[in-house]
Design a binder for this molecule. Structure first.
Ligand code: SF4
Ligand code: SF4
Length: 415
């Protein structure tokens, strides 16, 4: 690596060294309390897959360039250089971590490995060694924010074609569109994903609640959050913020996507509208009696997977359980659950990256947990988790049905 690049990476590293990051890098007691908390280590017990092992790569770089001993006597050990080998280690550490933050809940100092891995990701971006697929998907999302009006009519036509499927789930009031677009002053802006599965069930529920809503032109997913590129992350979120502001909505409801919900709720500052997960909105509609569901529609036993970014990192834990209590009385909790639930292994952008073999191996503990529940079906409220659970179900031959919570509600709506 040429000295100019090395200097650039040091400067990038320094931008992350705020007070809490210095604390994370300085205070680890190597107590090991986080080790067993990581699903990757539980499933593939190698030191490099422990939270402390991952963070150690960054700590060694920190010592090398920002601590006196490392600066004057790096040969004394516990340091690594910012070179190609160092960056390869940073890559392996960062992109074998889903950012689930389960380890944080077990660390006595609250050391946030996901944040520490943010340094690794920033260095990789600086050296142009980041995963290209996440970079490309992020760029496409940002570009859509700049060019969406050119595809506006195509989108309107595609959305209008979904009306019969929405009506099959719940009849639309006469004179109203099944999927409204561009509704100025709507109460709710619903932000889906690409694919009708993320739009049709939610549309039926919003219509059943007689909500004054409108569909976003954008997808909620924020690939840059997994990439660790804060500028692009903000640009992707800004498309939705601008749209919500332009329409003057009171609330933005995010599709079943843990990361998108967390980014919009907690990482974009304050707005003149509220941000909720679609799960929170559905629970509210049920509580207020705005929608009713038929508890005889769902057959068999059901368990629920708490998506890490929605539950542990987003605080949405009781709402899904309230919804499930209306759908069935045959609910079985996974053990452990809520804040302590095992990550499914599909977060951190791993689904977009492919990585099938690693995802299956590193999530054996999740498959074991699913099997131990003896539930016939498992539902969740995150697209990534749904994909990962579906693949785990097939790979480990668990014989379960994997469901989306929104979809279950849409199919149980009482007319
Ligand atoms: S954030 Fe999750 S995947 Fe990453 S080290 Fe911690 S427990 Fe493991
Ligand atoms: S639990 Fe915290 S202090 Fe202990 S080894 Fe892990 S990161 Fe370090």
């Amino acid at each position: 690596m040429d000295p100019q690049m090395s200097e650039k990476l040091k400067e990038l590293f320094e931008t992350k060294l705020n007070r809490s990051m210095r604390l994370y890098l300085d205070t680890c007691a190597r107590c090991g309390a986080c080790v067993e908390a990581c699903h990757v280590y539980q499933s593939m017990p190698e030191t490099k897959y422990t939270p402390v092992g991952r963070a150690e790569i960054i700590r060694k770089l920190f010592k090398r360039y920002f601590k006196l001993q490392g600066k004057i006597a790096p040969w004394l050990g516990e340091t690594i250089d910012l070179d190609d080998i160092g960056l390869d280690k940073a890559y392996e550490a960062a992109f074998s971590c889903t950012g689930c933050r389960r380890c944080v809940t077990y660390c006595p100092f609250g050391i946030d490995t996901q944040q520490v891995m943010g340094i690794a990701k920033l260095l990789l971006i600086g050296a142009e060694k980041q995963p290209q697929i996440l970079s490309m998907l992020s760029d496409m999302s940002v570009a859509k924010g700049e060019t969406w009006e050119t595809s506006r009519q195509d989108y309107q036509e595609a959305v209008a074609n979904l009306a019969p499927e929405v009506e099959a789930l719940y009849p639309v009031q006469p004179g109203k569109p099944a999927i409204p677009l561009d509704v100025q002053g709507a109460n709710v802006l619903y932000v889906g994903l690409s694919g009708k599965h993320s739009i049709v069930p939610a549309a039926a529920i919003l219509n059943a609640a007689k909500e004054n809503w409108t569909l976003s032109y954008f997808e909620a997913v924020n690939f840059a959050a997994w990439l660790g590129d804060t500028n692009k992350q903000n640009a992707i979120a800004k498309r939705i913020i601008d749209e919500a502001t332009r329409l003057g909505v009171r609330e933005v409801a995010i599709v079943e996507c843990g990361t998108a919900t967390r980014v919009m709720k907690f990482m974009t500052g304050s707005h003149p509208f509220k941000v909720v997960s679609i799960v929170e909105l559905i629970a509210r509609y049920l509580k207020e009696g705005r929608i009713k569901v038929d508890s005889s529609r769902f057959k068999g036993s059901l368990t629920y997977h708490d998506p890490c970014q929605l539950a542990r990192n987003g605080g949405v834990m009781e709402e899904p359980r309230y919804i499930i209590s209306k759908l069935t009385d045959n609910f079985i909790e996974l053990t452990p659950n809520r804040e302590e639930n095992w990550c499914c292994g599909g977060g951190g952008g791993f689904i977009s990256l492919g990585e099938h073999e690693f995802r299956m191996k590193s999530s054996k503990v999740k498959a074991d947990q699913m099997k131990a529940s003896h539930a016939e079906s498992i539902c969740t409220a995150c697209e990534n988790c749904h994909t990962q659970l579906t693949e785990l179900n097939e790979h480990y031959e668990l014989g379960m049905k994997v469901e989306s919570l929104t979809n279950l509600v849409a199919h149980a709506l009482v007319r």
